[in-house]
Write a protein that binds this ligand. Sequence first.
Ligand code: SF4
Ligand code: F3S
Length: 107
Amino acid sequence: MTFVVTDNCIKCKYTDCVEVCPVDCFYEGPNFLVIHPDECIDCALCEPECPAVAIYSEDEIPDGMENFIQLNVELAEIWPNITEKKESLPDAEEWDGKPNKIELLER
Ligand code: SF4
Ligand code: F3S
């Protein structure tokens, strides 16, 4: 079992999640973070820390967001590790809650 970062992280990237992860299994792209499924120990600490409510357990992914399971797998292999909190993206508050940001994902 793993936790998964989903759509509402895109263009927000608050990074509060990174600070609590005991195994440093977050990976960072230009406007999105992902969790490496083979490294996540399923501790659930990150889920309540995300201001954008973008993190879910793999078995509790909201309907229509199942594609993010594979996206986390794929991008965690190519993006660099992030272990410290940083500034959120400049327009994070504006984008928080907007639907279907997947189209704006930068790789
Ligand atoms: Fe890290 Fe725990 Fe979140 Fe997995 S569930 S990404 S181990 S904080
Ligand atoms: Fe993204 Fe939430 Fe972490 S917005 S960077 S999953 S705190």
